[in-house]
Design a protein around this ligand. Structure first.
Ligand code: SF4
Length: 238
């Protein structure tokens, strides 16, 4: 299934033929822009509850001015607010990313740690951000679950969960570890393009035959099977 999504959104990335009608799909922020583990970490904090386009602009401004933990830790707060506005909760995030940079300096010599527990101990870092840093910053297998991954995994029927935390745990049980790294970027891209929250475009979806919701919707379009009409009086019997 992940291979099918990869060929669909990134035709030409292997020997498989591209689908007809391949077009330019939206690409998740982290897949396009993140560079160093530090930028992945801070960029993911900025992206919380913020549109990718906004994160993109704010991150570029921020990293041009303060490209390292040392520089960010010394930045004046009003300047940080000015640079990252209008990301969601920009005041809280300005203070949070500066605290995070200070913690990297004090606890890890200015390096981003590669242990999930060390990452989770940093300011502003929850499970999604920690897992994103492992996957996109270091290529370490982890399962970052945001609203897209949570929603699509449940629609597919791969998990039955109530929260992203439960989904992460369930996916870790059912998905082989060698597939953890591509789960997030492919499902996020699918969620941004076709499997959107309110109106999923199942009719255009390349994995609809593997999806419980897709199957239900196809069955609903076909409608209930009609019972065969009773033979008319005098009609010839087979
Ligand atoms: S069939 Fe529909 S609900 Fe299922 S993954 Fe595709 S777009 Fe999403």
């Amino acid at each position: 299934m992940l291979d099918t999504l990869r060929r669909f959104y990134h035709p030409g990335s292997d020997d498989a033929s591209p689908p007809s009608g391949a077009k330019a799909w939206r690409v998740p922020y982290l897949r396009e822009h993140a560079e160093t583990p530090f930028q992945v970490l801070i960029g993911t904090i900025l992206s919380q509850r913020t549109r990718d386009e906004t994160t993109d602009v704010a991150s570029e401004r921020l990293f041009r001015a303060y490209p390292t933990p040392g520089a960010l830790a010394r930045a004046p707060l009003p300047r940080l607010v000015e640079l990252i506005r209008p990301v969601g909760f920009y005041s809280t995030k300005a203070r949070g990313i500066r605290d995070c940079a200070k913690a990297l300096l004090e606890r890890h010599g200015g390096k981003v740690p590669t242990s999930i527990d060390d990452l989770l101990a940093l300011p502003m870092v929850g499970r999604k951000t920690a897992n994103c840093t492992l996957v996109f910053g270091f290529g370490i297998p982890a399962v970052p679950v945001d609203t897209h991954v949570h929603r699509i995994a449940n629609r597919l029927g791969a998990v039955r969960t109530q929260s992203p935390e439960e989904t992460e745990e369930a996916l870790r049980q059912v998905v082989p570890k060698e597939l953890w790294v591509p789960i997030n970027p492919l499902l996020v891209q699918h969620g941004q393009n076709l499997c959107q929250p309110l109106r999923p475009r199942c009719e255009a979806c390349p994995i609809s035959e593997l999806c419980e919701l897709g199957e239900e919707r196809r069955a609903a379009v076909k409608g209930p099977r009609r019972a065969p009409a009773p033979p008319r009086k005098g009609a010839a019997r087979p």
